[in-house]
Design a protein around this ligand. Sequence first.
Ligand code: SAH
Ligand code: SF4
Ligand code: F3S
Length: 482
Amino acid sequence: MSDLYEKYFKKPSIKEARKRKSTSTETIHIETPVNLKAIGHGKRYKLMTYGCQGNEADSETMRGIIERLGFTSTDSEVDADIIILNTCAIRENAENRIFGELGRLKQYKRTNPDLILGVAGCMPQEEQVVERLLKSYPYVDLIFGTHNIHKLPEYLESALYNKERVVEVFSDEGQIVENLPKIRDHKHKAYVNIMYGCDEFCTYCVVPYTRGKERSRDPRHIIDEVHELVKAGYQEVTLLGQNVNSYGRDFTDKTYTFANLLEALNNIDIARVRFTTSHPKDFDEATVKVLAKGGNLMPHIHLPVQSGSDKVLKKMNRKYTKESYLKLVNTIYKYIPDASITTDIIVGFPTEEKEDFEQTLDLVRQSKFEGAFTFIFSAREGTPAAKYKDDTEMQTKKSRLQTLNQIINDGYLRGNKRFEGKVVHVLVDGVSRNNPEILAGYSEHNKLVNFKGNQTLIGNIVPVYIEEAKTWFLKGRYHEST
Ligand code: SAH
Ligand code: SF4
Ligand code: F3S
C-alpha cells in the first residue's frame, strides 16, 4: 500500500455526522484560477448527476474544476477517461438505481482498463454505502463526499497516475468554500447556494448526515455572485438551501435573515429570483411581506408539508402542526393572493393510519396546492424513523399514494386553468423536448409553457397568451403586441 493510498483513505462516520459544532463557520477562499497542472490534457470526462438542485449545483463546481485541469466533457462512456457519478441517498430506490448504474459501467473498465470510475455526493457520506462499495465494487477507483469537492484536483491526479483507490469522505465538516470555478448548466438561469447543510433532523431524512451542519454564506458573497450573473446576462437565480427560512441563523457576527436577503435581491437588477426549499416552521410573516413586494420575487413558493396529521408531524420532528401550516398558507394567500404553492408529501410514514392519511388529504384540499412531489416513506439506515415500527402493508401505502396523486393532479390542472386567456411572461429555456418547432420555458408562477416561436427568443423573457391549460403544461402563443 503506497503513501498516497494511506493519505486518501478516510471513511465516513455516522457518529461524527450527527455532531453539531457551536463554533462559527470558517469560510475558505480558494485562489482562482486554481494553480493546477493540466493533468487532463487530451482526456475526457463524463459526469452524471442525481438528486436535488444542491447536487446539480455541486456538479457545476465539479465541472468547473475538472475542465480547469484540461479535461473535456463527453456524453460517451466509451470515450471517457473518467466517469463520475454525483449521487443521491434520499430514498432507497435512488440508491438502488445508482448501484445498478455502477454495475452497468463495469463493462467500460474492461474495454478501457485506465478508466477512472468515481462515486461522489451524498451516498459516500453514508458509512454502509462506502463499506459496500469497498467490498462489492472493487472497480470503483475514487470515492469522495459532499465536503471535499475542492480537493478533486489532488484526487484525480493520484487516481490517474497512482492507479490506486482514493477514498476520502469527511463527516464532521463545517466549512464554506468560496471562489471555486463553476461551469453552469444554463446560460440564463443559475443556482445560487445561500447555505449548506441542514440542522433540522427530520426523523426520516439523511440530509443532515450527508450534508453536515447548517452554514449560511455571507450575504456579500451571495449578492456579489448575483451581480456577476447579471453582468454575464443571466435573467434568473434560484437560491438554494435545505431550509432557506433559517438563513443567517448561524451568523455570530451579525443579524441578517432570509427576509433581509430577499429585500436586498429585490433591489438588484436580476429579472427573477426564486428559492427552494422553504420550511413551514421558520417561514415568518416578515418574509411573506417582502415577497408581497413582487418585482423580481416570483410568486411561487415550494412549501413541503410532508403530512397533515399532527401525530405524524410530531414523529417526523417537523415542529409545526396542521393548524399552524394552514395559518401560514392563509397568510401567504392574504399578502400574495395569486401565489402558487407547491409541496412535498410522504405517505406511509411509520404509524400513519387511515385517519392520519385523511388529515393529509384534508390539508391538501384546504391548501389549494398547485403541485406536489409525493413519496412513499423509505427507511434510511442511521435515521431514527428507520427504527420505528412500520406495520402498514406496502399495498396500502401504494393505494394511499394513488389517492393522493389524483387530488394533486387536479391541483396541477386547477393551477394551470387560472391562466387560460391571460398573458404570462415566460423565460424561454429552449425548444420543447417533443417538438423542435415549439419553445418551452417557465412563467412567473413556475408553470411550464409551450408556444410556437422563433429560437432567437431563447434566453429572453417574453409575453405569451395562454390558449389552453393542460395538467402538466400551458399551451400559448407569442403575444407580440406587448
Ligand atoms: N429540505 C427539503 C427537501 C429535502 S428532500 C425539505 O425539508 O423539504 C426532498 C423531499 O424528499 C422531502 O421534502 C421529503 O418529502 C422527501 N423525503 C426525504 N426523505 C425521505 C424518506 N426517507 N422517504 C421518503 N421521502 C423522503
Ligand atoms: Fe431533510 Fe428535514 Fe433537513 Fe429537509 S429540513 S433536508 S427534510 S432534515
Ligand atoms: Fe439527495 Fe443529497 Fe440532495 S441525498 S436530495 S442529493 S442533499
